[in-house]
Design a protein around this ligand. Structure first.
Ligand SMILES: [Zn+2]
Length: 217
């Protein structure tokens, strides 16, 4: 089986703080060699559905997984493979129940500046499928390290996400996995196969741009 390259955390212009059209996400992702991406807008699957449909209609060589980054009372959680929008501001447990059958990831869990769920990870560690142990927008590298140790200690698979809101961020982090390029094989592979993380932090600049976009929208 071949090694494939994946990024499970990308925002489109359907996020209040992002500006990328789904077609641009597809173009840019293919240009940096990504095989699989999850589009994960804040509290909506609109961007992901559009990207997935475009990829299928145009028969592009990239697999799009439908995702959303849902705000809960504890912080944010990424839900993949559920098409319906999950209501925001539910408890973590209710969010997981609502998204039953989905694939759950704790993004930047120890980044307290950016809605990480922190210690509440303990409440759901048996129910989540992966922890984002490298997030390119995390400003303190310590936050990624804490996530990595937590994942190892609790035997939860660790993945990476660029948290891209702008095209120059796509490719800043990704993970590699032995898997076929279809959703079932990928999600099963995360559970069973070795995962290799590659990443760099994108620094302050994208954050400033994000606040500006949010302000201008
Ligand atoms: Zn995000």
């Amino acid at each position: 089986m071949e090694q494939i390259k994946l990024d499970f955390h990308i925002h489109s212009h359907y996020s209040p703080d992002g500006n990328m059209k789904p077609i641009l996400i597809l173009e840019k992702s293919m240009s940096v060699g990504l095989d699989v991406i999850a589009v994960t807008d804040h509290n909506t699957t609109k961007g992901a559905l559009e990207a997935r449909n475009l990829s299928e209609q145009m028969d592009l060589d990239i697999l799009v997984i439908v995702g959303q980054e849902v705000k809960t009372l504890s912080g944010e959680i990424i839900v993949l493979n559920i098409e319906e929008d999950i209501p925001k501001n539910l408890s973590l447990e209710d969010t997981i129940n609502y998204g039953k059958g989905g694939f759950f990831i704790a993004p930047h869990p120890f980044d307290k500046f950016r809605q990480g769920i922190g210690e509440d990870l303990d409440l759901i560690k048996s129910k989540i499928n992966a922890i984002e142990i490298f997030n390119s927008r995390t400003l303190l590298s310590n936050h990624n390290k804490l996530a990595g140790s937590y994942a190892r200690l609790n035997k939860v698979p660790g993945i990476a996400g660029s948290d891209s809101h702008f095209q120059e961020e796509i490719g800043s982090s990704y993970f590699m996995l032995k898997s076929k390029k279809n959703i079932n094989s990928v999600l099963k592979g995360i559970k069973e196969n070795e995962i290799f993380i590659y990443g760099r932090q994108t620094g302050f600049k994208p954050h400033i741009k994000t606040s500006l976009i949010h302000f201008l929208k």
